[in-house]
Design a protein around this ligand. Structure first.
Ligand SMILES: O=C(O)CCC(=O)C(=O)O
Ligand SMILES: [Mn+2]
Length: 205
């Protein structure tokens, strides 16, 4: 795996905050939520200091390796036995996200997309552990990749595509994860690593 540290490679957003309100979809998109210097520092540190692991997931009748690497953080009581303890850096990011959104989160999933072959398939984050209408706050560092949304049942509503830049915050709330799916497609273009953090509100059974 070749990973790059070049600080000038990533595009930061314009520091604009937008609310996207479509049928059953509620997003807050804050491009440039984290300024470039801080975003560069988080990117380099998370890339090198996270114990990234492969993730085996069910796909039809097989178990396959997900096309990305992951790390899961939270307390054992709230996020389960496999959760790693919060690091000062992740706690700092969580506080920034909580201050901006006015919400509280107790777990974070980190995803590493090593290159254009890495992706996340169409899915929604509707697990019993987070309830049916979860608030999920996503923070991105590194390579800009398009984040796509499609309505699960109403095919007349056009897909939504948001390029998630270095330092962007995207809050998915309301019924977004109940009625819409999202994904990050693979890309044939050369892509540097991208790190995404999804802050979540989990409950143990
Ligand atoms: O990488 C992203 O922006 C989203 C990841 C995601 O959808 C997930 O982990 O559930
Ligand atoms: Mn998701």
């Amino acid at each position: 795996m070749t990973l790059f540290d070049d600080k000038e490679l990533f595009t930061v957003g314009t520091s604009s905050k937008k609310y996207i309100d479509l049928p059953d979809l509620e997003l807050m998109h804050y491009d440039g939520f984290i300024a470039k210097d801080a975003a560069d520092a988080y990117y380099n540190s998370l890339l090198h200091n996270t114990p990234w692991r492969e993730y085996q997931m069910p796909m039809y009748d097989k178990i396959v390796t997900a096309p990305r690497m992951v790390a899961w953080y939270g307390t054992h009581e709230e996020a389960g036995e496999n959760a790693l303890p919060w690091t000062p850096e992740l706690l700092e990011l969580r506080l920034r996200v909580e201050k901006e959104t006015g919400l509280q989160f107790n777990a974070v999933l980190l995803n590493l997309y090593r290159n254009g072959n890495d992706s996340v398939a169409w899915h929604s984050d509707k697990e019993h552990r987070i309830g049916s209408n979860p608030n999920i706050a996503s923070v991105t560092f590194g390579q800009t990749r398009p984040f796509k949304f499609r309505h699960k049942t109403n095919k007349e509503i056009a897909q939504v595509e948001i390029p998630l830049h270095h330092g962007t915050l995207l809050l998915m709330s309301g019924t977004t994860n109940t009625f819409w799916e999202h994904h990050i497609p693979k890309s044939a273009k050369e892509m540097l690593p991208r790190i995404n953090l999804t802050f979540r509100q989990v409950k143990q059974r």
